[in-house]
Design a protein around this ligand. Structure first.
Ligand code: E4P
Length: 224
């Protein structure tokens, strides 16, 4: 499963890159607003930082003519840009029009299996299935939804071979569920990526091994 970072923060992207686990970046207008910088400037900085890794940049227009113009513009920024559009009829019309021309789309704000099917039929490359916002409502359906969406893209033929991208992740449990479901991608906030390295038994084990070593040798570090 590929790990994308869900952020518009440059330092967080640098850190994830340094860990050697970064396969891509997703942004959205809310994440960019937190950074106090313009959309295009920040996405271009991210593109420069991550080389040819996929970077999702989101459209905000809703009228067809404006949205298709915005999508074309964002797609022209770099070949590895994935144009993010919301799950609306107008946005899917734009996907249907531009996807055969080589534009890669990430259809976002997907919460149900039929919505995922519509996005796949329109020609999406990534389908952003939100789990956190569903689980926040207490429905408990998110894990099953992702597993069903993964099966759906395997079962049928679609214009592109869409990848299920698990989004809106709130904690390590949802990362575990994403791996179990066979989802191709999970986009994870920096704070949760950091948590993935830890397990109480790992942390205690590291400490115990170190303490036993010091007890046996009487020294902190044996360079001999
Ligand atoms: C990803 O592409 C989404 O924009 C993001 O995961 C949304 O997460 P949120 O529900 O925490 O805002």
């Amino acid at each position: 499963m590929k790990f994308f970072i869900d952020t518009a923060n440059i330092d967080e992207i640098k850190k994830a890159k340094q860990w050697g686990i970064l396969d891509g970046v997703t942004t959205n207008p809310s994440l960019i607003a937190k950074e106090g910088i313009t959309h295009k400037t920040r996405v271009q900085e991210i593109l420069e930082l991550v080389g040819d890794l996929p970077v999702s940049a989101e459209c905000v227009e809703s009228d067809y003519d404006k949205l298709i113009g915005e999508a074309r513009d964002i797609a022209s920024w770099a070949p590895n840009v994935y144009v993010k559009v919301p799950m609306t009829p107008t946005a899917l019309e734009v996907v249907k029009e531009l996807s055969p021309q080589g534009v890669n789309f990430n259809v976002t704000l997907v919460f149900s299996l039929p919505q995922a099917l519509l996005a796949a039929k329109a020609g999406a490359s990534f389908i952003s299935f939100f789990v956190g916002r569903i689980d926040d409502m207490g429905s408990g359906e998110a894990a099953q939804n992702i597993a069903d969406a993964v099966r759906m893209v395997k079962n049928y033929d679609f214009p592109k071979d869409p990848e299920i991208l698990v989004a809106s992740i709130r904690g390590p449990l949802q990362v575990t569920e994403s791996i179990r479901s066979g989802a191709q991608i999970a986009t994870i906030p920096y704070k949760i990526m950091e948590q993935l390295f830890h397990h109480p038994l790992t942390d205690i084990g590291v400490k115990n091994f170190y303490d036993d070593y010091v007890k046996a040798t009487g020294k902190d570090v044996d360079l001999g």
